[in-house]
Design a protein around this ligand. Structure first.
Ligand SMILES: Nc1ncnc2c1ncn2[C@@H]1O[C@H](COP(=O)(O)OP(=O)(O)OP(=O)(O)O)[C@@H](O)[C@H]1O
Ligand SMILES: [Mg+2]
Length: 385
């Protein structure tokens, strides 16, 4: 039988060793890499086991690579995984494997003992049962299925997104958080093999389906990415760019919009006297706030944030978190985060995803203090994933 990346596994210490090897590959440990390693150590308990598919995705994140441009890192990750698959194969001879199989089939006919290991893939809920929110729903995702080619990445997900609230999506690497987030402003349309079924509504507008107006959706639903990505333009033009694209403001109006956006993104005081310097000359945390200013300048209704702090130090992270809490006064925010403490600090609602399913959705307080699903409890307490 051929093994796929989903049934090959490794332990967390093995994964950590690979992650260290990758970040050490260029001979120096950068601060961001160090943070990502520390987060990884924090989030995964030592006795957890991850699939190769998850490991690949985690290693890419630790190495800070997500595009095809980072061919060297992709190759290194592939080599490490191939080498590990080799050792895993060698360590179990065919005879031993048969014995293990026999032991399994013998065990399966016996009643489960109290110490039976927890199987996170057993009885995954098909959809979320309790979808109540306090306020009005700004967006609705209903019965969403998504495939990349033949591989299904989202299974039957339904959740409301409350207006002027922060909704966090959490779950282990590869569970589909970014994929789900990208559905909310149709960014997945840029991936040709991606096929989506189900409905997504933004107020009264159905934004899923072929007749939706993508330009209007992307203006109404803005996005902030994991790595700050200012355009190679001045600070002023970074913010003015989208405004000029959608409207035709006078110079005075544009000045006013740029200043208001920079103020709302809590960066005006740091850049007001250097608006014509390059956006890329700012620090990482300032660049991320500039990208938030760029997003809010076109007055979206919803802001999507995919791990917006993962490349930032704790002080810059605290500023962005504070900003998120202010932003929800005017906007609806959906954030993907790997940090349980961040989800608790900034969000009103949390959706816990696992293997493409929305295992549990509810008020953040309830999810973290009294989760209904055993799987959620195990994940938030770091006992798997
Ligand atoms: N462009 C793509 N083409 C094919 N498969 C993809 C693509 N993007 C994501 N996938 C797959 O879809 C699944 C979900 O990936 P996704 O990036 O949404 O996970 P995630 O929860 O955001 O993970 P992470 O925490 O590592 O960012 C994974 O199995 C991934 O390999
Ligand atoms: Mg992601």
């Amino acid at each position: 039988m051929t093994q796929t990346d989903d049934d090959r596994t490794m332990t967390v210490p093995e994964l950590l060793a690979m992650a260290k090897e990758i970040v050490d590959a260029d001979g120096e440990l950068h601060e961001a890499e160090e943070d990502r390693l520390a987060t990884l150590e924090e989030e995964y308990s030592e006795d957890a086991v991850v699939s190769f598919a998850e490991a690949r995705s985690i290693l890419r994140r630790v190495a800070g690579v997500d595009g095809e441009d980072d061919a060297h890192e992709h190759m290194l990750i592939k080599e490490l995984l191939d080498a590990h698959a080799g050792t895993a194969k060698e360590s179990v001879s065919e005879d031993e494997a048969e014995q293990v199989d026999d032991a399994h089939s013998a065990a399966s006919s016996e009643p489960p003992s109290a110490e039976e290991p927890f199987d996170p893939t057993a009885n995954l809920p098909d959809s979320t049962r309790d979808l109540e929110i306090d306020g009005e729903a700004h967006m609705w995702i209903r019965d969403l299925d998504l495939r990349y080619g033949n591989a299904q990445a989202i299974y039957n997900v339904s959740i409301p997104i409350e207006r002027n609230a922060v909704t966090a999506l959490i779950g282990p690497s590869g569970c589909g958080k970014s994929t789900l987030l990208r559905c909310l402003n149709r960014m997945n349309d840029l991936i040709p093999i991606c096929k989506v079924e189900g409905d997504i509504d933004l107020e009264d507008t159905r934004i899923s389906g072929s007749s939706a107006d993508l330009v209007s959706i992307r203006r109404r639903v803005g996005m902030v990415f994991q790595k700050p990505n200012p355009f190679p333009k001045s600070i002023y033009d970074n913010v003015a760019y989208g405004v000029r694209l959608h409207y035709n403001p006078s110079r005075r109006e544009l000045d006013r919009i740029v200043e208001a956006a920079l103020r709302r993104a809590a960066i005006w005081d740091e850049v007001s006297d250097r608006l014509h310097e390059m956006g890329t000359s700012l620090s990482g945390g300032q660049q991320q706030r500039l990208c938030i200013a760029r997003t809010i300048a076109v007055e979206p209704e919803v802001i999507l944030m995919d791990e917006p702090c993962s490349a930032l130090d704790p002080i810059a992270t605290a500023k962005i978190e504070e900003l998120i809490l202010e932003l929800k006064e005017h906007f609806t925010v959906v954030i993907v985060t790997h940090s349980m403490s961040q989800a608790q600090r900034v969000s009103d609602y949390t959706g816990f995803m696992y293997l493409g399913r929305m295992v549990e959705f509810g008020k953040t307080k309830q999810i973290f203090s009294d989760p209904r699903e055993e799987l959620t409890g195990r994940y938030i307490s770091g006992r798997f994933g």
